[in-house]
Design a protein around this ligand. Structure first.
Ligand code: FAD
Ligand code: NAD
Length: 328
């Protein structure tokens, strides 16, 4: 049929599904509440250039995902990132090189989802609040009260708590999704006028406040100045300080960073904080993608699998595969 399939969410999961459906000849219509695509792989434009505040890099362990990443590389959307890696544990900062291949979007993380979206039809700044079925087709309602449709099927590709709210018509799926909890992450970017005197370019941190820090300019295609760092707070610290002001979060993370990095850390010339409310699932799952195929409703996202870019992409592929299989 020519009735399109609605996809709610233009993160990597939704776009993975969109790409697979488009390739199989299905028309799709995408929606996102944000002003652009990418979700947790988006990059923020700032006075210090584009910053990857969410996903920092990704690994490819599944053969199918590795093949997709190889294509992305051939098209110039991604490059390998080979930072000088450190770890900080028990109060000690030490080199921690390994053999793991790590990928980043170039010249920013959002380049991948931007390219995947291409010319597919999409409505941004459109928060879907209701997904309901008419006699033959699906319709969506957005936060402005506007309705969209008809759609042959619907794929919900959002974090679990946001999917829950859209599953009133499918109580069984809603039950499964309600069982998935997600943890927040506070992210901070700090820009320094003079490069910090440290060899660290990426660091796995184990302390009360921080989880990770990365030097933006060590990634391929990024501006060299100013010397900008992205800091991620741990899940537990983020949960305990969910409602702290951005200024206070910047102050805390700046302090923890200065303590662990082991060189002089001046006041930043630029700083920002971003709260990811649903950053990662509390545990890994093996859900693949959820489906009520007779109803025509599908749910995918990183939380269905590993809570990583790879898991999100695989989950989107699985949603599309199930939908196509059901239609055949
Ligand atoms: P999302 O990217 O969250 O996409 C969902 C989209 O749905 C969003 O664009 C949102 O705006 C939209 N949406 C939600 N509700 C609605 C609605 N009602 N109506 C319309 N649109 C809606 N992964 C790695 O592999 N490596 C890393 O280093 C890494 N680091 C991370 C660091 C942080 C701080 C965070 C937050 C995540 C990190 N991740 C990392 C995880 C990775 O970013 C995610 O697994 C992946 O991007 C999730 O993709 P997704 O499509 O499932 O969801
Ligand atoms: P990966 O293999 O590089 O890292 C996996 C984990 O192994 C790391 O978290 C770290 O604990 C450990 N590790 C790996 N290399 C190390 C080294 N050289 N020295 C010390 N420890 C090392 O990547 P992955 O498996 O693709 O995982 C993706 C990364 O994304 C993880 O670090 C994860 O914590 C992070 N992530 C963060 C969020 C968030 O909200 N902050 C959400 C999802 C994923």
């Amino acid at each position: 049929s020519t009735t399109p399939i609605a996809i709610i969410g233009t993160g990597i999961a939704g776009l993975s599904a969109a790409e697979a459906l488009h390739a199989a000849g299905y028309p799709v219509q995408l929606f996102d509440k944000s002003r652009g695509s990418g979700g947790r792989m988006a990059s923020k434009r700032s006075d210090a250039g584009a910053l990857d505040l969410g996903a920092q890099y990704f690994t490819a362990r599944d053969r199918r995902f590795a093949a997709a990443v190889a294509q992305w590389q051939a098209r110039g959307w991604v490059e390998q990132w080979t930072p000088s890696l450190y770890q900080f544990a028990n109060g000690v900062l030490s080199p921690s090189a390994d053999e793991q291949v790590r990928w980043v979007g170039t010249p920013r993380m959002s380049a991948i989802t931007r390219a995947m979206l291409g010319a597919l039809p999409v409505k941004f700044s459109c928060r879907i609040t209701e997904v309901f079925r008419g006699e033959r087709h699906w319709h969506l309602l957005d936060a402005d009260g506007e309705s969209h449709g008809p759609f042959a099927q619907v794929i919900i590709a959002t974090p679990a708590p946001q999917a829950s709210a859209l599953l009133a018509t499918a109580p069984k799926l809603a039950g499964t999704v309600a069982g998935v909890s997600m943890e927040p992450t506070w992210a901070v970017a700090l820009a320094f006028a003079e490069p910090l005197q440290t060899p660290v370019e990426g660091c796995f941190v184990q302390d009360e406040v921080l989880d990770w820090t990365a030097r933006n300019r060590s990634k391929p295609g990024r501006d060299a100045t100013p010397d900008t760092w992205v800091l991620h707070a741990s899940s537990s610290w983020s949960r305990q300080h969910l409602d702290l002001s951005k200024e206070q979060v910047i102050e805390h993370l700046h302090g923890a960073f200065a303590e662990m990095i082991g060189c002089a850390v001046p006041a930043p010339v630029f700083s920002l904080a971003h709260r990811w409310l649903y950053a990662r699932p509390s545990a890994a799952h093996q859900l693949g993608a959820l489906a009520d195929a007779d109803l025509g409703l599908y749910v995918c996202g990183d939380w269905c699998l590993s809570g990583r870019v790879e898991g999100a992409w695989l989950s989107g592929q699985e949603a599309a595969r199930k939908l196509i299989a059901h239609n055949q």
